[in-house]
Write a protein that binds this ligand. Structure first.
Ligand code: HEC
Ligand code: HEC
Length: 369
């Protein structure tokens, strides 16, 4: 929460100091005028003292040695003070500026957190600190609006959202939501309730809660070990496990236990019904296109091309494969788009959703569908 009271107290203190200084200056000014007037009155008509221009001034000895030395000495001291003060100021300035930026950022993060928890209640679906969760949702017939089913829809973890999307791409998701799902539009462009500033603040908050690479990697590995401990050929060895290959297990990460709200899976976008536990044809298409029946072999003549696509997802409105056009909505799974340019990076290059081995496995699975 932004601390308004202390800001007010601070503002009041600054004003009090200002007023006190002002009053002091006025008093000094008044006293000076008083003295001047008295002095002036005393001089009128009196010739007790010689007028200033008739009084003999200091002689050459006094002027050229002592006085000159004293003046030059004072100048030197003042020069030294300036010479030291400016470099000190100059040295301190960058850190003062950085601190100011940090402070603004901290305030934005706190405002964003407030929106995440209270204002928009993102936390009620995506979990505290963005660990992922579920949303109760009523599916209706798009044509008639009739009730179809009440379901629990997985809400993906957001503590790795900056692993796969740039802040601009997240802004787009927040502005328009996902119409077919419980995720509503939040921004004004999509008719939502949040302002541009509130969306920017929520994104600052999301950036601040991204988990370290090792934590994400270990969690994915532990989940895969539960559903598919793969042997050297990539076949699953977990007895009674539902997946035959590592690729199939990666594709469906979190289906049975909603691990990370399905954030690491591909099926939540490529298999209809997957997000609410009623998965239909695997890879048959949903928010993302159908991947079956050799479509991926036609789109990407070699597996390497497909691995490159899944790893580093192309920007919106750029073409990919033989006839693909990116909508900018899938996200990168093997290269962090926020760590590509070291100068502007806000994430570290090892913060990625899946290892290259896992991506190769899931691509092999998709090509077999
Ligand atoms: C009523 C529940 C609900 C609320 C409230 C909600 N979301 Fe969502 N959100 C979802 C669901 C469900 C999805 C996944 C939709 C799908 O299946 O593609 C989602 C998807 C997302 C995605 C895309 C994630 C991805 O990897 O595809 C982002 C980002 C997101 N939400 C952020 C937010 C933020 C930020 C807020 C608060 C301003 C918020 N959501 C509020 C339910 C919700
Ligand atoms: C948030 C939803 C989403 C997730 C999660 C997702 N995809 Fe996609 N995927 C899409 C969309 C949308 C497209 C269509 C291309 C576009 O619009 O940019 C696509 C396209 C593809 C394509 C190209 C299909 C074609 O024939 O043009 C492949 C291959 C693919 N995805 C693989 C994967 C893999 C592998 C994963 C998991 C590691 C994955 N996707 C996760 C949404 C998603």
């Amino acid at each position: 929460m932004y601390d308004f009271t202390s800001t007010l107290v601070l503002a009041n203190a600054a004003r009090t100091i200002g007023i006190t200084l002002g009053v002091l200056l006025l008093i000094v000014f008044a006293i000076a005028i008083l003295f001047n007037m008295r002095k002036g009155r005393a001089e009128v008509g009196s010739e007790i003292e010689l007028a200033a221009n008739r009084r003999p001034y200091l002689d050459d000895d006094e002027l050229e040695t002592k006085k000159l030395d004293r003046t030059l000495g004072a100048g030197l001291v003042i020069l030294a003070v300036i010479g030291i003060a400016f470099p000190l100021y100059w040295l301190a300035e960058p850190s003062r500026q950085t601190n100011a930026v940090e402070e603004f950022k901290d305030i934005a993060i706190r405002r964003g957190e407030n929106t995440y928890v209270n204002g928009a209640q993102c936390a009620s679906c995506h979990g505290p600190n963005g660990v992922g969760g579920v949303a109760n949702y009523t599916i209706t017939d798009p044509a008639t609006g009739d009730y179809v089913a009440a379901v629990s829809w997985k809400a993906p973890a957001l503590n790795t959202i900056m692993y796969r999307y740039t802040p601009e791409q997240v802004t787009l998701i927040l502005n328009y939501g996902r119409g077919f799902s419980p995720m509503p539009a939040w921004g004004a462009p999509g008719g939502g309730p949040l302002t541009e500033q509130q969306i920017a603040d929520v994104i600052e908050y999301l950036i601040s809660i991204q988990i370290p690479a090792e934590e994400s990697k270990a969690a994915v590995q532990a989940e895969l070990d539960k559903t598919c401990a793969a042997d050297s050929t990539g076949n699953c060895t977990v007895a009674g496990g539902s997946y035959k290959t590592l690729g199939e297990a990666v594709f469906n990460l979190g289906y049975s236990d909603s691990f990370a709200g399905g954030a690491y899976s591909c099926a939540r976008c490529h298999t209809k019904g997957w997000s609410y536990g009623q998965a239909q044809v695997p890879g048959g298409g949903g928010f993302g296109p159908n991947l079956r029946d050799g479509s991926e072999i036609r789109q990407f003549p070699t597996a390497d091309q497909q691995i490159a696509f899944v790893s580093a997802y192309p920007k919106a409105q750029t073409s990919y494969g033989s006839q693909g056009m990116s909508s900018g909505r899938m996200g990168s799974f093997g290269v962090n788009p926020n760590a590509v340019d070291p100068k502007t990076a806000i994430m570290s290059p090892d913060q990625v959703m899946l290892t290259q081995e896992q991506i190769a496995a899931v691509v092999a699975y998709e090509r077999s569908l």
